[in-house]
Design a protein around this ligand. Structure first.
Ligand code: ADP
Ligand code: ZN
Length: 605
């Protein structure tokens, strides 16, 4: 056991160039090496793949890895080969040469890792042939695909329990980043005949900063946020296809390399835009949620939601695409009253059963709750996933965003205006009534004659809109389904109106997560590097890009950002010191070491 573990560390160092395990990896790898059935639930970016890659190199034999996406498995095989690992895949995108090479390696028992799709594993006696090739372990990636409760159900995953016995009852390692407890239990029951050894690693991603801001001037908010991330790659999610294109054009006009991505683009454009994002630095993709599955780019530096997501699950999954390399990454979510109403309407208009609709509304409520949270954002997020945490001290709210005040009287004014205008008007009209603005509509409807008219003159329209939004988020108001954007009062709202309950709301001004640097002041670098180190890092990035272009591979396959940053800090002058850089293993040292040593030596900052 002890010998295996030190051998595991040695391989981690010499092949992958890493000094240490990421949190959670060590225990899982030890259990796998001990030959047990293992179910590992770890968040995206925690290094799940290492949990089967490393054992495959430590105890020999063939590990078969089931993966649902062909693009991902091809990517991983290329990456492993870059580390000098004997890996191959069998999939429908292979050409004859690739297939021949894979089979030859299998026959000669030279292969450490073979990636297959679940349907391929079920075909023409493959398990028997893999048994002959000395398979010792089955790893099932994205294991939530086996569950109908998960978000990416794949019926072929149901055959994997059978495949396991056909492989000679080898131990199984199942991996997923799905947080939902019911789905986890379902996965374990479907894939394992007996309860496996289960590891659930925290869903906390300390390197992701979390921030929300109320939509004010969204384009400016997005541009300000992006200006802190020049040179980094990121994703801006929007709620509609049109908006991805409009925003990409706008950002391009501002000097960004911005590309749209949505399911309505033709396949060629989609693939091209995705490739550019994967292969190069400093590209912003403006996308619908269609973008993401199959993106395992480790150095995504930021994710912006230009519109509020539909649920915490999707929010978490989408921000989770940032910072997989463990380096700091920033997220910002913009939201407003229109988003809340729009998402409600979307759910109401879906053709789904009532149970499902209720669940989706509940999920949306939770998302709104997170957006309107008054204390630590991370704590609110993790408690949704069943983890109890203390305040993180690093989110927008911990850094001093929200102050609460007793808003009972303001709330009563709003609720009274809602009731007296007939429970069908939206925030704009209600704010007019409250501030005493006799608009055409107000006069036509005689709302300038009601008792509430002008009771809110002490605050401006923006303040009232904010209160209305928070009351909606707190469940004191709900949408009047007949009217677009109109509100009616709920039971909880009545309790406040009648003075039976008090309510605390956030005071203005609201947390401004997108605060722009003052004129003349340079935005601080998000990665915290000092000027000369940052300049060298940028230079090394350029060297990396030219190598990647020459070899026709993604930039991060040469070296990830983390490695280049470490290199820029250490400035190695010899191969021996280069070896100390995180992510420089023997093979990579051979291949790229000299080019980067030269780049460092000749760099004049
Ligand atoms: P996941 O599948 O959990 O989302 P990956 O397996 O893709 O994450 O790993 C994310 C990144 O972390 C990869 O670039 C990988 O090389 C890197 N990584 C994995 N293990 C370690 C480690 N022990 N030290 C440093 N980096 C690691
Ligand atoms: Zn916090």
């Amino acid at each position: 056991m002890h010998a295996l573990e030190s051998r595991a560390r040695e391989v981690l160092r010499s092949v992958f160039g890493y000094d240490d395990f990421r949190p959670g990896q060590g225990e899982v790898i030890a259990a796998v090496l001990a030959g047990r059935d293992v179910f590992a639930v770890m968040p995206t970016g925690s290094g799940k793949s290492m949990c089967y890659q490393l054992p495959a190199l430590v105890d020999g034999g063939l590990t078969v890895v089931v993966s649902p996406l062909i693009a991902l498995m091809r990517d991983q095989v290329r990456q492993l080969q870059g580390f000098g690992v004997s890996a191959a895949s069998l999939n429908s995108a292979n050409d004859d040469d690739e297939n021949r090479a894979a089979w030859a390696a299998l026959r000669e028992r030279r292969l450490s890792l073979l990636f297959v799709s679940p349907e391929r594993l079920a075909m023409d006696g493959l398990p028997t042939r893999l048994k002959e090739a000395g398979v010792v372990r089955l790893a099932i990636d994205e294991a939530h695909c086996v569950s109908q409760w998960g978000h990416d159900f794949r019926p072929e995953y149901r055959q994997l329990a059978g495949a396991r016995s056909a492989l000679g009852d080898v131990p199984v390692l199942a991996l997923t980043a799905t947080a939902d407890r019911a789905t986890r239990e379902d996965i374990a029951a479907q894939l394992f005949p007996r309860p496996p050894e289960t590891f659930v690693h925290s869903f906390d991603r300390p390197n992701l900063s979390l921030a929300f801001a109320v939509k004010d001037q969204p384009r400016r908010q997005i541009a300000d946020f992006l200006s802190r991330h020049r040179g980094g790659s990121g994703i801006v999610y929007t709620s509609s296809r049109d908006r991805t294109e409009v925003l990409a054009e706008h950002l391009t006009g501002k000097g960004w390399r911005a590309l749209p991505y949505h399911a309505g683009l033709d396949a060629g454009t989609r693939a091209r835009n995705q490739d550019v994002f994967l292969q190069e630095d400093g590209v912003v993709v403006c996308a619908t949620i269609a973008f993401g599955m199959g993106i395992n780019k480790p150095d995504v530096r930021f994710v912006v939601h230009a519109d509020m997501p539909t649920s915490i699950e999707s929010y978490y999954q989408e921000i989770g695409r940032a910072g997989r390399d463990g380096l700091p990454a920033d997220t910002l979510t913009l939201y407003g009253l229109e988003d809340m109403a729009f998402r409600r309407r979307q759910i109401d208009e879906k053709e789904i059963g009532e149970d499902r609709r209720r669940i989706e509304h509940r999920r949306l409520d939770a998302m709104i709750g997170l957006a309107e949270a008054a204390t630590c954002r991370r704590r609110a997020l993790l408690s949704y996933f069943g983890e109890t945490e203390v305040n993180c001290g690093a989110c927008d709210l911990c850094r001093g965003g929200a102050k609460l005040y007793d808003a009972t009287i303001d709330a009563q004014k709003v609720l009274s205006a809602v009731v007296r205008t007939g429970q069908r008007f939206g925030a704009a009209h209600l704010s007019d009534v409250l501030t005493g603005k006799a608009s055409d509509q107000v006069r036509r409807l005689g709302h300038d004659a009601i008792k509430t008219f002008g009771v809110g003159r002490d605050r401006d329209r923006r303040a009232w809109t904010t209160t209305i939004r928070q009351l909606f988020a707190a469940g004191a108001l709900e949408t009047a389904s007949e009217e677009h954007g109109g509100f009616r009062i709920t039971q909880a709202g009545e309790a406040i109106l009648l003075g039976r309950e008090r309510i605390a709301l956030r005071a203005m001004p609201e947390p401004a997560a997108g605060t722009r640097p003052r004129r003349g002041e340079r935005a601080a670098r998000a990665d915290g590097l000092d000027e000369p180190t940052a300049a060298l890092f940028e230079h090394l990035r350029a060297v990396r890009l030219s190598i990647a272009r020459e070899e026709g591979i993604a930039a991060y396959m040469v070296f990830p950002d983390r490695t280049l940053i470490d290199m820029a800090r250490l400035k190695p002058a010899t191969a021996a010191t280069m070896r100390l850089v995180q992510g420089v293993g023997e093979r990579k040292l051979d291949q790229y070491g000299q080019a980067f040593l030269d780049a460092i030596r000749t760099f004049e900052g």
